[in-house]
Write a protein that binds this ligand. Structure first.
Ligand code: CTP
Ligand code: C5P
Length: 366
């Protein structure tokens, strides 16, 4: 807060279809520009009109954005073009958007009004994460994304790019480049708070791949069981061992950021052992271990195969139904069945951006 002055209210808006840590990072930056963050999320009808049908329903998208810890308020069904009336209605001084260009179906910059009124600020788009890239990974049954930076990854990247877009229509904004995880990013995303004396510590573990509404509902309920929620993330080889195929779709670094962005999470263990061990329970002073309604895979390396044997022995284990049936596999199925419209939508978006980029450069050369 800025002393006695009124809090600075900041506005962001977008589709937030298949919310990822790139979206979360833009909201983090926007929140840092003021005190209170209002996020307008477009409804399905508006997105269909301007971009093509979204993969996630408006209810799912509203919930996912509400789950991001820097968001103070969500406005459902915000208009696609941001107007001064919208900013005034919600008492927001300015609007923040990433340094890419968003246009309407007619090619108009959706922020032209707020830009000319001087009520627009830019945050940095997170390089190397986009819906296009994630969809590409789901469609290709390879595991290169789990070993970022090596030659297998580069081969996969070029195959993904060639199948999802026309090379003549490359956009400088949404055309992906590799995401580089840094400790700085982890620091920016983390809470940085230790549990207070007397806090009830809850522990959950899993893959949390392609962080979705099912995970969000589960974490909300798990957090409500105590005061401090620790999420243990399994490593990529462990997840691959029990999920098979090309899982996880997001590598460990990416999963860490997605989970850290969730408002119910206090701390993340980066690469937790598959079985919840005595050491884990004692080290983190865990009071309760929780697992959702999804099946528990056996620990092939463990003595009796049950990864929750130790917490059960201590009478500190609970099964908790999130009430949500979404799973990572269902999500991938949904995307694959919408594959053609997705590829088409992304190609259109890239082509529009590439044309704009060309026009902007031509203007500058004049
Ligand atoms: N954003 C970002 N970094 C990314 C992706 C999105 O900072 N890697 C930002 C956008 O710049 C915008 C906000 O997130 O300010 C909401 O974006 P949205 O309208 O949902 O969509 P896209 O930019 O189309 O995201 P994507 O390409 O991943 O679908
Ligand atoms: O499958 P994954 O390892 O990502 O799941 C992490 C945790 O989230 C597990 O405890 C799982 O049971 C829970 N979950 C849930 N409801 C869902 C999806 C996952 O409770 N719809």
């Amino acid at each position: 807060m800025n002393g006695d002055k009124a809090p600075v209210r900041v506005w962001c808006d977008g589709c937030y279809d298949m919310v990822h840590f790139g979206h979360a990072n833009s909201l983090r930056q926007a929140k840092a520009m003021g005190d209170y963050l209002v996020v307008g999320v477009h409804n399905d009808e508006e997105i269909t009109k301007h971009k093509g049908p979204p993969v996630f329903t408006e209810e799912e998208r509203y919930k996912m954005v509400r789950g991001i810890k820097w968001v103070d308020e969500v406005i459902e069904g915000a208009p696609y073009v941001t107007t001064l009336e919208t900013l005034d209605k919600y008492d927001c001084q300015f609007c923040v958007h990433g340094d890419d260009i968003t246009t309407t179906a007619d090619g108009v910059d959706t922020y032209h009004i707020v830009k000319s009124a001087g009520r627009y600020k830019e945050c940095q788009r997170t390089q190397g994460v986009s819906t296009t890239d994630l969809v590409g990974r789901m469609l290709l049954l390879t595991r290169g994304h789990q070993q970022r930076g090596d030659s297998e990854y580069k081969v996969e990247r070029s195959r993904t790019e060639s199948m999802s877009e026309d090379s003549a229509a490359k956009s400088p904004w949404t055309g992906v480049s590799q995401f580089l995880p840094t400790t700085q990013k982890i620091i920016q995303f983390s809470e940085g708070k230790e549990p207070k004396p007397g806090d009830k510590i809850v522990y959950v573990a899993g893959a949390f791949d392609l962080f979705h509404v099912g995970h969000l509902d589960f974490l909300e309920k798990a957090r409500a069981q105590g005061d401090y929620l620790i999420v243990g993330l399994h490593t990529d080889p462990v997840v691959n061992q029990y999920k098979g195929a090309n899982y996880p779709i997001m590598n460990l670094h990416e999963r860490v950021l997605s989970v850290l962005a969730c408002r119910y999470v206090s701390e993340v263990v980066i690469g937790a052992p598959y079985s919840v061990s005595k050491d884990m329970m004692d080290h983190f002073k865990v009071d309760l271990v929780v697992h959702g309604a999804t099946p528990v895979a056996t620990d092939v390396d463990g003595e009796d195969g049950d990864p929750y044997e130790e917490p059960k022995r201590r009478n500190k284990f609970m099964l908790l139904d999130s009430g949500n049936t979404m799973t990572t596999e269902l999500l991938v199925q949904r995307i694959i069945s919408n594959r053609l419209s997705f590829v088409e939508r992304n190609q259109k978006k890239e082509a529009k951006e590439a044309n704009l980029w060309k026009a902007m450069n031509a203007d500058q050369e004049k």
